[in-house]
Design a protein around this ligand. Structure first.
Ligand code: ATP
Length: 435
């Protein structure tokens, strides 16, 4: 684990995980581009999430809703209400926003109690505005979605009518969200364009608190086990029970899962009980009918939500390690951008290169298809190992002169740095078992 965000930013830039956005034009503040390795890491996080929560569960189905929705969605959800388009100041410490007319500048922040922390007042709605069609008129205003959640609410009946879902069930979505944050920063922690993985989990109107608490607890456990699955040490996670008054207006209970980022304990994920607030606002009639009792009702919602970018950042901070000169990302193999690397011992020996290519192809195209695999034929082997360690590649395979004689290769393990010699025909199964 690292306590230096600079080391992570530098590694990400140097090795092609994350670049400053629009860099050749002087950049664009707080925008970031995921490079060749970053996109693999991010996709691996999303794949793991989808597989775990959609494919491996019978009670959750997927959705991919439009980014630009009818502005009425944002009226119903409360995002366009007066509070959102007032003059706002933001506390630079806790990022809570307040109506400028309700705050005295020289007083401490009512949320976190810090002094001298307010930004200048601004006319502010967090949503990015745009226009549909050529005329830039009020009637054509539309917004980029500030959260993925509303897609699941708005499509609730469509999903219900087309899938064999009965309450309790969930709708899951991964996608971009946009917020015109007043104080973005801390690398990819807070940006104006980011990606979310969200589930809206619908339950029958609870008869008592136990009814929803048990589902809430199930999701709390699921979120903890997800954090372990991506390699986060739960000792670095802090659950914050958000007190009444600080919760979003629709929430009856919220837990923030905070991670020990190098810049402090900060929200990684959230879990909220949104009651029937959203469906009631979108549907004037109860949208769900219980097949057994015949009762119609507005289901209640438990919402676990994950930031993709914050997941990637936490994983990078957690797995970064140094061993003398050697820098290592101890990524779970499922998240590693490359599953293995293959090296011909010497680049100027055509026999070695041809043999290494043959092994490369057999792994990539073989029945267990191990992808992607890095190819490196530059510099000495020690440097190549270090180079792969730094990007988290779990295994390095070297093809040397002995390979030409007896078809064995060396396989070196990133975490132990131990090497073993394996017959070529056992290589694929060895990798599959250990990945
Ligand atoms: P914060 O308090 O940090 O502003 P939030 O409580 O507003 O976050 P939610 O609306 O609950 O965040 O969004 C769900 C998740 O989306 C967060 O837990 C976080 O992982 C991610 N997220 C929210 N805002 C951003 C952002 N500006 N940049 C990157 N990720 C974000």
């Amino acid at each position: 684990m690292t306590d230096s965000i600079e080391k992570i930013v530098s590694l990400c830039k140097r090795r092609g995980f994350i670049f400053p956005g629009s860099e050749i034009y002087g950049g664009l503040a707080n925008s970031w581009d995921y490079g060749p390795l970053g996109v693999e890491l991010k996709n691996n996080i999303k794949k793991l999430w989808w597989s775990r929560f959609v494919h491996q569960r019978q009670d959750i189905v997927g959705l991919d809703a439009a980014l630009i929705m009818n502005p009425k969605v944002w009226e119903a959800s409360g995002h366009l209400s007066a509070g959102f388009s007032d003059q706002l100041v933001e506390c630079k410490n806790c990022h809570e926003r307040f109506r400028a007319d309700q705050i005295e500048n020289d007083k401490a922040c009512p949320n976190c109690d810090k002094k001298d922390v307010f930004t200048e007042p601004k006319q502010f709605n967090l949503m990015f505005k745009t226009f549909i069609g050529p005329a830039e008129e009020k009637a054509n205003i539309a917004y980029l979605r500030p959260e993925t959640a509303q897609g699941m609410f708005v499509d609730f009946k469509n999903v219900l009518d087309t899938s064999r879902t009965t309450v309790p069930f969930g709708i899951a979505q991964i996608g971009k969200a946009f917020r015109n944050e007043i104080t973005p920063g801390n690398f990819i922690f807070r940006t104006r364009e980011f990606e979310q993985m969200e589930i809206e989990y619908f339950i029958a109107p609870p008869k008592d608190d136990n009814d929803w608490q048990s589902v809430f607890d199930m999701w709390r456990e699921e979120m903890r086990s997800w954090m372990e699955a991506i390699g986060l040490d739960l000792a670095h996670i802090h659950e914050l029970e958000v007190p009444e008054g600080e919760r979003a207006h629709y929430s009856k209970r919220t837990i923030d899962f905070e991670y020990d980022f190098p810049f402090g304990h900060k929200e990684l994920y959230g879990l909220a009980y949104r009651t029937d607030f959203d469906l009631k606002n979108h549907f004037s009639q109860p949208p769900y009918r219980d097949g057994q009792t015949g009762d119609s009702y507005w289901p209640h919602v438990i919402e676990p939500t994950w930031g993709v970018d914050r997941s990637a950042l936490a994983v990078l901070c957690e797995t970064y390690a140094e061993d003398g000169e050697r820098k290592i990302l101890k990524l779970k193999p499922s998240l590693a951008p490359y599953k293995a690397a293959i090296f011909p011992l010497l680049a100027n020996k055509p026999d070695l290169v041809a043999k290494a290519r043959e092994i490369y192809k057999s792994l990539v195209n073989g029945s267990s298809s191990i992808v992607p695999i890095a190819w490196d034929d530059r510099g000495n082997i020690g440097k190549r190992y270090y180079s792969q360690d730094e990007i988290g590649t779990p295994f390095c395979i070297t093809v040397d002169f002995q390979t030409l004689e007896d078809n064995t290769v060396t396989v070196r393990n990133r975490d132990t740095t131990k090497q073993i010699r394996l017959p070529g025909e056992k290589l694929a199964s060895h990798l599959t078992e250990n990945l």
